[in-house]
Ligand binder design. Structure first.
Ligand SMILES: [Ca+2]
Ligand SMILES: [Ca+2]
Length: 310
């Protein structure tokens, strides 16, 4: 399976993303094969000819993982499986096979900054003793007064970036909804686990990842906790891991940060904007597979970002 997937990717065309025409979709909302009211992979597969006729070269799938559905699937409860409402792993493999048969690339969404509070990693962490490895998969504190220089992104619903967990007896950090605890990228096991998740999907034939909420990976006191050098270091490690095992795959990042911060060479992946921070000249729309940024691909990514939920 692994070798087939890799040989059917445009492995010899490392710059395939430069002139890619992306079509972003939610599997659940695209095509329903069994008339249960929920789109699914079988339905999407049946309509690949239509997608191809549009001139699309790359599909960008929004999250399709098991999820309690409190943030449209961006609250992932299991990175390694398919939401059963959307089909089975067999359906996913058939979708990849049929996409490859038509020469279509597939990028899947991966939310790496945080998980659902229903993820087994968080369930384990909150039950573990303070300062143990299992607890430290997330960002904990005895007080909600750390990182006070950090803005609240979802300020229409959240009053703090900290939430009290009665199970752990501590506060946990969340840049988004309080049911989405931030993973702790100061714990190398977290990065290792996420790279394993990436490899799982790469081995199944996907051509890259759209990395949600990528500016917020690391936290440091006295900063705004966005776009930190430590976060770029993590992304570069992700990029290096992909290059080592799966050359030619792309990272496409939601990076709603100012362009100079990205253009100074700290970016290790492509960027798209957030719908919560409208597209502007200071927002970059760059897609790249390498740390060195190309310039000619900006238009294609800005177009792909136009329909982004985030
Ligand atoms: Ca269905
Ligand atoms: Ca974070």
């Amino acid at each position: 399976m692994q070798s087939n997937a890799r040989t059917t990717t445009k492995a010899g065309d490392a710059l395939w993303y430069k002139d890619a025409i992306l079509y972003q979709l939610h599997v659940k909302a695209f095509a329903d094969s069994n008339n249960d009211g929920i789109g699914d992979f079988a339905g999407l597969t049946d309509r690949l000819d239509y997608v191809q006729e549009l001139g699309v070269t790359t599909l960008w799938l929004q999250p399709f993982y098991p999820s309690p559905g409190r943030d449209d699937g961006y609250d992932i409860a299991d990175y390694r499986r398919i939401n059963p409402d959307f089909g089975t792993m067999r359906d996913f493999r058939r979708f990849i096979t049929e996409a490859k048969r038509r020469g279509l690339q597939v990028i899947i969404e991966l939310v790496v900054n945080h998980t659902s509070d229903q993820h087994s990693w968080f369930k384990r962490a909150r039950r573990s003793k303070p300062h143990t490895d299992a607890r430290n998969w997330y960002v904990w504190s005895d007080t909600d007064q750390r990182y006070l220089g950090t803005r609240i992104i979802f300020n229409d619903t959240e009053k703090s970036n900290w939430a009290w967990d009665p199970v752990a007896g501590a506060y946990y950090w969340h840049r988004f909804f309080s049911h989405q605890p931030d993973l702790n990228y100061d714990n190398p096991r977290v990065l290792w686990a996420m790279v394993q998740v990436m490899r799982r999907w790469l081995d199944m034939g996907v051509d890259g990842f759209r990395l949600d909420a990528i500016p917020y990976l690391c936290e440091r006191e006295g900063t705004n906790n966005e776009n930190l050098p430590e976060t770029h270091a993590v992304i570069k490690k992700m990029r290096a891991a992909l290059d080592a095992s799966s050359p030619g795959r792309v990272l496409l990042a939601e990076a709603n940060q100012s362009f100079p911060a990205i253009a100074n060479g700290r970016c290790s992946c492509a960027t798209t904007t957030s719908s919560r921070s409208k597209w502007s000249p200071t927002s970059s729309g760059i897609i790249c597979g390498r740390p060195t940024l190309p310039t000619r691909a900006r238009g294609s990514t800005s177009a792909s970002a136009a329909g982004s939920r985030r």
